[in-house]
Each structure stands twice: as structure tokens, then as C-alpha cells.
Design a protein around this ligand. Structure first.
Ligand SMILES: C[S@@+](CC[C@H](N)C(=O)[O-])C[C@H]1O[C@@H](n2cnc3c(N)ncnc32)[C@H](O)[C@@H]1O
Length: 331
């Protein structure tokens, strides 16, 4: 991808590549932009997308690709020529009848450059196999953006992620913040399997070891672990483990887990009173969120609310009510 990147001459190609890899259909092109899409530039676009090694290895959902190319061809047909390969590609997709696999890949581009990409295998479904953990939620992208703006907090620290889901936030920390170690956790076995797959995709250079409960990816500089941690079963927590920082995205949504979640945090505060906790939420239900604040009141912690105001390294939906809670032990 890095070499391919040198060939991008025009912003519009970059814009299209970015929207395609990130699975975004809501792009618009002006007449001037379409005019920049000469056959040569269309060729560059296809080299960077459907003919790239990234796409070949980790394809996007076929239905998305069909709609993306249909829209692009419609733009091109108005003011310009259409590269034959585009028609060929869309025809090849039409032959694929039912997309059986509920999972596909999304490529999250960090800081608008096509070099730093996180690839996540995930679904579009909000709930699948009885869990919400099979897709990347908006709070995960918002928290990752905030983390990238505050990398120094995570440098050389032991990080624990609760309710990691497909792993976007933990992978961001592991890839860009140089933590001492990061442990990604969840309660659902299918989510944990997918999480392990996503770590393997994004850290293909790390050595993997596994036991029945624990997957570890390591080299001299990085340690990334994946393990089960169900907030209802605090005994899942290894007695010798003392994180410096706990993170979690979109984990405050179900009233029945607020107390168990708080108990897990308390357990880690008792082990390390210097612990820092960052929990990101998209506030869909104010009552549940306030209930969590009340539960936190009982464990003698100070809670600060941060409301991120702008997208810096990643795009997330700024229209949603949102918050990052910074939680510390009261001294
Ligand atoms: C809405 S998803 C968020 C996933 C991910 N953090 C993100 O933002 O993309 C909530 C996650 O919390 C996990 N979860 C729910 N209850 C849990 C529990 N009792 N213990 C551990 N994880 C739990 C789910 O499996 C799911 O992965």
C-alpha cells in the first residue's frame, strides 16, 4: 500500500479510495472532481482498491462494492468515460447471488493517509448470535480518536480493554501507542474468536501462542493478549494482573451489567489505586448512563466527563450524544 500510495496524483482518487476501503457509500463528487477521473486515474483508483493485495486478501461486502461502483459509474457516465474494468468488476459481482457470509472486512484509515490502516473483520448487524460484539461501534472509533490524540498516556503502560468486541480500540492502542502490554477481553466465545482473528490480521508479524483460555501475540516490543473476562465472573481475572489503564467503548448500555461492570472496575482500583479508567459512550439512553454514574458513586471514585468535539485522526458521527468518562480513585 505504501508504494501504491506514491502514485496518487489527485485528491479525488484519494477521496474515492478512502471511501471505498472504509465502506462508505455516502460520498458525493462534484462535476470538477468527476472530470479529474481520467481513465488513467480510474486505473489508479482500481489498483489501490479492487486490484490491491489488501482487497484481494480482505474483501469488502460484495453488495457494498456493487452499490459503490454503480454510483461511481453513474457519476462517470455523466461527464467522462468509464474504464472497462469497472463494468467488468460490477458484472462479476452480479453473478454472485446470495452473499452467505455475514462477515466482511472494513479498512479504517488513520489520519487520512493510506499507510496506517486497521483492517477489521466484522458484520453490519447490530446483534448476531446473541451479542452486540461483532461490529465496530461508533464509541470505539471516537475513543480511538481520543486515544490517538493522547498517545503519551498509554506509552509503556499495561492496558486492559473491557468488552473489546471486534477489537478496534485495543488494536489502535497496540498499533500506535507503544503500551507495555494490552489485554483485550470479552465474555462471548464467538466474539473472542473474531477478536483473535482481527489481532492476527493487524499484527501478522507477532508470534502467536494459545491455551484454551488465553491467546498471546508477542515480539520483543509488543505484547497483545486476548482472554475471556465476563463482568459477572470476576474470578476470570488473573490474580497477578494489575493494569495501569482500563479502557472500554460502548459497554454502558444494559442496566443489568452496570453493577457487575462497576465491581470489576473496583477490583482493579483495589489492586492499583493509581489506575486510570476511560469509558466512551454514545448516550442512547440517558437513564442507563445516569444509572451507571450512580453506581460509580458507591465505589469512591472521581468521575470527569470529556466530550470530544472534533474528528482528528478518525471520522466518527459528531451528531450523536457522546461522552468519555475519566474515572480515578478518590484520594
Ligand atoms: C456494544 S458492544 C461494544 C464492542 C466494542 N467495544 C465497540 O465499541 O466496538 C458491547 C461489548 O460488551 C461485551 N459484553 C457485554 N456484556 C459483557 C459482560 N458481562 N462481560 C464482558 N463483556 C461483555 C459484548 O460481548 C460486546 O462485545
Amino acid at each position: 500500500m505504501a508504494d501504491d500510495n506514491k502514485n496518487i496524483k489527485y485528491d479525488v482518487v484519494h477521496k474515492l479510495v478512502k471511501n471505498f476501503l472504509m465502506g462508505n457509500l455516502k460520498y458525493e463528487l462534484s462535476k470538477d472532481e468527476v472530470n479529474e477521473l481520467s481513465l488513467d486515474n480510474q486505473e489508479i483508483f482500481m489498483q489501490l482498491t479492487i486490484h490491491s493485495s489488501l482487497y484481494k486478501k480482505y474483501p469488502l461486502k460484495f453488495e457494498f462494492c456493487r452499490l459503490f461502483f454503480k454510483k461511481l459509474i453513474k457519476y462517470l457516465e455523466q461527464y467522462s468515460e468509464v474504464h472497462d474494468d469497472m463494468y467488468e468488476f460490477i458484472c462479476s459481482l452480479m453473478k454472485i447471488k446470495n452473499e452467505e457470509n455475514k462477515f466482511s472486512y472494513r479498512h479504517y484509515i488513520i489520519a487520512n493517509n493510506l499507510i496506517d490502516i486497521i483492517t477489521i473483520k466484522e458484520t453490519n448487524n447490530m446483534v448476531i448470535n446473541g451479542t452486540t460484539g461483532m461490529k465496530t461501534w461508533e464509541a470505539a472509533i471516537m475513543l480511538s480518536d481520543w486515544i490517538l490524540c493522547n498517545k503519551e498516556l498509554f506509552y509503556n503502560r499495561r492496558i486492559l480493554e473491557l468488552g473489546s468486541g471486534v477489537g478496534f480500540t485495543g488494536i489502535t492502542v497496540g498499533k500506535f501507542c507503544m503500551p507495555k502490554s494490552i489485554t483485550l477481553t470479552d465474555c462471548h466465545s464467538d466474539v473472542l474468536d473474531l477478536l483473535v482473528e482481527n489481532i492476527a490480521i493487524n499484527f501478522s508479524d507477532l508470534q502467536k501462542t494459545a491455551t484454551s483460555q488465553y491467546h498471546s501475540f508477542k515480539n520483543d516490543q509488543k505484547v497483545i493478549d486476548v482472554t475471556k473476562l465476563d463482568w459477572h465472573c470476576p474470578e476470570d481475572i488473573n490474580d497477578n494482573y494489575y493494569p495501569d489503564i482500563v479502557i472500554g467503548a460502548d459497554i454502558v448500555y444494559d442496566p443489568s451489567i452496570l453493577l457487575p461492570l462497576c465491581n470489576v472496575l473496583n477490583k482493579f482500583f483495589n489492586r492499583n489505586p493509581q489506575l486510570q479508567v476511560y469509558i466512551a459512550s454514545i448516550i442512547r439512553n440517558e437513564e442507563t448512563f445516569n444509572q451507571f454514574l450512580k453506581v460509580l458513586d458507591n465505589i469512591n471514585v472521581a468521575v470527569d466527563k470529556v466530550i470530544p468535539t472534533e474528528c482528528v485522526f478518525l471520522n466518527w458521527n459528531q451528531e450523536m450524544k457522546r461522552c468519555i468518562l475519566k474515572i480515578r480513585k478518590n484520594v
